[in-house]
Design a protein around this ligand. Structure first.
Ligand code: IMP
Ligand code: MG
Length: 183
């Protein structure tokens, strides 16, 4: 890990809570409930997906839930462009209406890989849901169906997002500043 510190909070716990609540309503108001499968991309989506589905019961949504572990990053902060499956899903996706959940849409490689994969496996529809959208970094054309917040081209951690698998536990989303501590 490079010398770094976590400084500015970009989204507080309260802002995230509020936005997640409205995302739940967006999803509930527009998705096909019958054969709904929520698929979280690990590891970054685990907190976001858990928060989303805890709001589903009041909308009478009872999806199947699954996960896939995909890797496109090494331990650095730049996307490598190629995506690998480290652990696959278990659910039968034939005819399913899938909502893929990820922490952040960056280059777009990960989410478009997942979307294509689930369509190839027979899903009837695949929608995408991300907490953050770092639009400046897009190399693959993809737009999420549900987005929490747009974010500038900075490296962020917290609420599931990591730097070298650290800081996922932060209840807020904060910017990582690289370089020696200046005080
Ligand atoms: P993409 O394939 O380039 O869109 O990258 C998506 C993945 O990169 C996400 O699932 C994150 O794990 C990771 N990622 C991209 N930007 C950041 C960031 O600012 N902080 C932490 N992880 C990030
Ligand atoms: Mg990550």
């Amino acid at each position: 890990m490079r010398p770094h510190h976590i400084r500015d909070i970009l989204f507080t716990r309260e802002q995230i809570e509020q936005r997640v609540k409205t995302l739940i309503e967006e999803i509930a108001g527009s998705c096909e409930a019958e054969n709904l499968v929520m698929i979280g991309i690990l590891r970054g989506s685990f907190i976001f997906l858990a928060d989303l589905v805890r709001g589903f019961e009041q909308h009478d949504l009872h999806p199947r839930i699954d996960f896939i572990t995909l890797a496109s990053y090494g331990s650095g902060t730049e996307s490598s462009g190629s995506v690998r499956i480290l652990h696959d899903t278990n659910e039968n996706l034939a005819g399913a209406d899938v909502v893929v959940v990820d922490d952040i849409l960056d280059s777009g490689c990960t989410l478009s890989f997942a979307k294509d994969l689930f369509l190839k496996r027979g899903a009837r529809s695949v929608r995408t849901c991300v907490m953050l959208d770092k639009q400046a970094k897009r190399t693959v054309e993809i737009k999420a169906d549900y987005t929490g917040f747009p974010v500038e081209d900075v490296f962020v951690v917290g609420y599931g997002l990591d730097y070298d698998n650290r800081y996922r536990e932060l209840p807020h989303i904060a910017e990582v500043t690289f370089g020696e501590q200046d005080r």
